[in-house]
Design a protein around this ligand. Structure first.
Ligand code: CA
Length: 219
């Protein structure tokens, strides 16, 4: 699952992006309002974490523009503004959740997990099928009860297919959700990741729909 993190304080940015990546997310970072607006308007994120006080453009105005343009990506506001009226403004502008700084990392991580689950209609954080158990909270998998080593790209592919289980995912859509913005997006390598996942997790987990994409059936 791919997340846009908008934050101009470098230390917070590094801390949060490290945490998200450790849980198997793909993270793009924007340090100012213009970059944030551009990325959020053009890239298909699974959620956005948005600071309000930003260089070049304010977070609330960016959010209002996204919503007016039909960008429906879930947005979690993360800001030092903690007045009740700021929270009302943020939520009214189209935010789905609101957290004030200073904050506790585990709480942010939990809110991100909840938001990603809501986004895709998942209620159970652990996905089980055949011998696989995949924990969507941290990207860890076991097969027949034994932990399986997965690369970050394999986790990204598996996580997106699991979050969207029961839905056919095209290679293009998959590539848009498993690579970072400046990453090398080669849709041929997706076939390689899928082949490796099948080797590690069983050949019948991921279906190939020829010429159209991939799917994991609901458990
Ligand atoms: Ca700020």
């Amino acid at each position: 699952m791919r997340i846009l993190l908008v934050e101009d304080e470098v230390a917070i940015c590094e801390q949060v992006s490290r945490l998200l990546r450790a849980e198997g997310r793909v993270v793009d970072v924007a340090h100012d309002g213009e970059e944030a607006y551009f990325l959020g308007s053009t890239e298909p994120y699974d959620m956005i974490i948005l600071d309000l006080g930003l260089p070049k453009r304010d977070g609330v105005s960016i959010l209002k523009d996204w919503r007016a343009e039909g960008v429906d990506t879930p947005v979690l506001i993360l800001t030092a503004r903690d007045g009740w009226s700021d929270r009302v403004d943020g939520l009214d502008a189209g935010a789905d959740d609101y957290m004030t700084k200073p904050f506790h990392m585990p709480e942010l991580a939990a809110r991100v997990r909840a938001m990603l689950r809501r986004r895709t209609g998942q209620t159970n954080p652990i996905f089980e099928k055949n011998d696989l158990a995949f924990d969507t909270r941290n990207g860890r998998a076991t097969f027949g009860g034994v932990p399986v080593d997965l690369t970050s790209q394999e986790v990204a592919v598996l996580s997106y297919l699991v979050h969207n289980n029961g839905r056919l995912i095209s290679r293009t859509e998959l590539s848009e959700h498993i690579y970072e913005y400046d990453g090398d997006r080669d849709s041929n390598t997706i076939a390689v990741f899928v082949a490796r996942l099948r080797k590690k997790l069983g050949s019948d987990l991921i279906q190939t729909i020829r010429g159209r994409g991939y799917m994991i059936d609901a458990a």
